[in-house]
Design a binder for this molecule. Structure first.
Ligand SMILES: NC(=O)c1ccc[n+]([C@@H]2O[C@H](COP(=O)([O-])OP(=O)(O)OC[C@H]3O[C@@H](n4cnc5c(N)ncnc54)[C@H](OP(=O)(O)O)[C@@H]3O)[C@@H](O)[C@H]2O)c1
Length: 248
């Protein structure tokens, strides 16, 4: 029998990540889960092991610690074997009001939503490229498709991540490594809990299913739910001279 192909889930305590992890466990992958909350990681891993009977390892790790990325990946390999895939689900919405006054909050959001993910994926890309197989999933956001006054620091980091993933896809295409950019709309998770003005809110389970299916189908970009592709097409096509006057 073949060894299960290991998948690293970063930001594994997120509801979207948890649903996606379940889909990969169902498909027979071994999992390595990481986020900062060790107790929650332990609970999620126990549940996944019980339901799907696959190896599930965990480590509490702060992704912002970019100097620790290399040793984290060594521990992942020692624990579950050479990576086949990664799902980068970590992120922080932060406080958009605060980013206007507080450069520390702005720097934190840019680091955790763009710099730290890009640096981790840089390392993983080299590994997968050398083996010429596997997949990289990066969770961006529809907020990265156009800058809006209500959340442009978070949005610009997600937009930067999407551009990074696009370049990585272009580079890794020839060696057969899939790079999938996921752009969720509003999803019912801890990140959006209690936020005003949400509409068309999706369940994390449906988003997780859509992500795993997009990996199965070797897709490049996934708007989830699907109708956000068309909503964002309309939003992107509004001329800037009109858009800049809107209160969005
Ligand atoms: N919910 C939405 O409507 C929505 C829409 C578009 C995009 N997204 C994106 O979808 C992804 C999942 O979000 P979610 O809605 O499920 O939100 P969430 O529940 O807040 O999950 C965020 C995840 O990021 C992890 N994380 C945050 N800072 C970290 C750090 N410094 N080091 C390591 N892990 C860190 C958190 O784990 P710990 O706190 O345990 O570290 C958690 O697992 C995010 O990238 C988010 O930007 C969400």
């Amino acid at each position: 029998m073949n060894e299960p192909q290991p998948v690293l889930i970063v930001g594994a305590t997120s509801a979207i990540a948890r649903a996606t992890a379940a889909e990969f466990a169902r498909r027979g992958h071994a999992l390595f889960l990481t986020a900062r909350d060790a107790a929650e990681l332990g609970r999620i891993a126990a549940d996944l092991r019980l339901r799907y009977g696959q190896p599930v390892e965990t480590e509490a790790f702060d992704l912002a610690d970019t100097e620790g990325h290399a040793s984290l990946l060594q521990r992942v390999e020692a624990s579950v074997g050479p990576l086949y895939g990664v799902v980068l689900a970590s992120g922080s919405l932060g406080n958009a009001e605060r980013t206007r006054e507080d450069e520390g909050e702005a720097a934190r959001l840019l680091h955790i939503n763009f710099t730290a993910p890009a640096l981790l994926l840089n390392r993983i890309a080299r590994e997968l490229e050398s083996r010429a197989e596997g997949f990289i999933v990066g969770i961006g956001s529809v907020a990265g498709d156009r800058g809006r006054q209500s959340n442009y620091v978070y949005g610009s980091a997600k937009g930067g991540l999407a551009l990074y993933l696009q370049g990585l896809r272009n580079r890794l295409n020839s060696c057969g490594v899939q790079v999938l950019t996921v752009k969720p709309g509003f999803v019912d998770t801890a990140m959006t809990y209690g936020l005003p003005g949400l509409f068309l809110v999706a369940s994390p389970q449906s988003v997780g299913r859509n992500i795993a299916t997009a990996v199965d189908k070797k897709r490049d970009t996934l708007y989830t739910p699907w109708f956000w592709r068309w909503i964002m097409l309309i939003i992107r096509s509004i001329p800037e001279r009109v858009f800049k006057r809107l209160s969005l």
